[in-house]
Write a protein of this length. Sequence first.
Length: 384
Amino acid sequence: MDFTEQVAKQLLSRHGINTPTGIAVSADWPNLDLTRAMAVFAGKPVAVKAQVPAGGRGKAGGVVLTADPMSAIARMAGTKLGDHTVKQILVEEQVNIAHELYMAVAVDGSTGGPLLMFSPEGGVDIESSDTPLATVAMAVDAEPDQSQLATALAQAGCPEPVDEVAATAARLFAAFTAADAELLEINPLAVTTDGAVVALDGKLTVDDSAAGRQEQLATHASVPPVTGLEAKAAEHGLRFIELDGSVGVLANGAGLTMTTMDAITHYGGRPANFLEIGGDAYTLAVPALEVVLANPKVRSLIVNFCGAFARCDVMTGGVIEAWKTLQPDIPVFFSIHGTGMDEARDMVRRELGAEPFEYMDDAIKAAVRAAADSDDDSVTGTDS
Ligand code: GDP
Ligand code: MN
């Protein structure tokens, strides 16, 4: 049985081999992982990769390097690559490649023991031929000697850092053994322009009779990472994702929330969260605000409401009540438009003594600036 790249990479990663930061998303949307991926990789160059258990994707359109992952995902989802329908897509940070190497451990047909294969010429061309050209094929035993590995790799034309590539070979061997694999392949194993050694692809084949092992690998791969705060938000029925920026976001609807996050990034800030509050803003304002503020990185808050069926005055009323209850000591900036906006803006002036912004961009710029100023304060205000 062949596994997808994502499963193989998780196995590699657990054994200490570098893999790019990535998020696997389901091809049917909307879904929370897609939102998370868009938020985490906003504006960054990424690799968008169809997760089908077969190689040759690079040549078949299943690997796209882009700064616009949404379009690439939309084009790829549900299409066929060979015999497989694309149901899952991996979005990864892009890596700058200096060299593409080939490395694999496979069961040696003649001895039944493990065989390490290596070539300094990795990449999509080597994969398209049935038998990859291995410049080095050496039998490895329980504890491969790393300096011996390094010598053999260097002789085969391995570029620097040879010791790190040798360490990767030893880790690959350990991962191969742990998974009871028939084949565990990294192609390409990239040496980046920064001199790091990173597995850009992974292929794992496990004997069909090793059923228990397969199940274990499959469950490992399907559990999405959730922070404590995200779990708490889910208990209240809130769709919340914790990010590592400093501008807290409270907006109604997934679309406006994403737009707000994009604008924060555009103006040089970083969003602290995704939170979809929707028409429940009134009843859920307290837990929503609690969750947003519980993130210790939050330095300012943008409240961005656009009313249609959900009225601005109702949503804003909820937030004001929550604000009075929790009394946070960070600045808050309001952009309020649509149904009930006049009443809502009056409420903000009257109850919080704050002036809502006429334009969304101005509110967001102010929130970004406040977060940056507060970070400066915390740097100059302490000795640490
Ligand atoms: P495969 O064709 O199914 O084996 O898919 P791969 O995962 O091997 O990707 C194919 C090719 O895409 C690789 O050989 C790389 O040249 C390229 N590629 C994949 N990820 C990245 C990346 O992060 N940065 C760059 N620059 N190229 C990448
Ligand atoms: Mn590959």
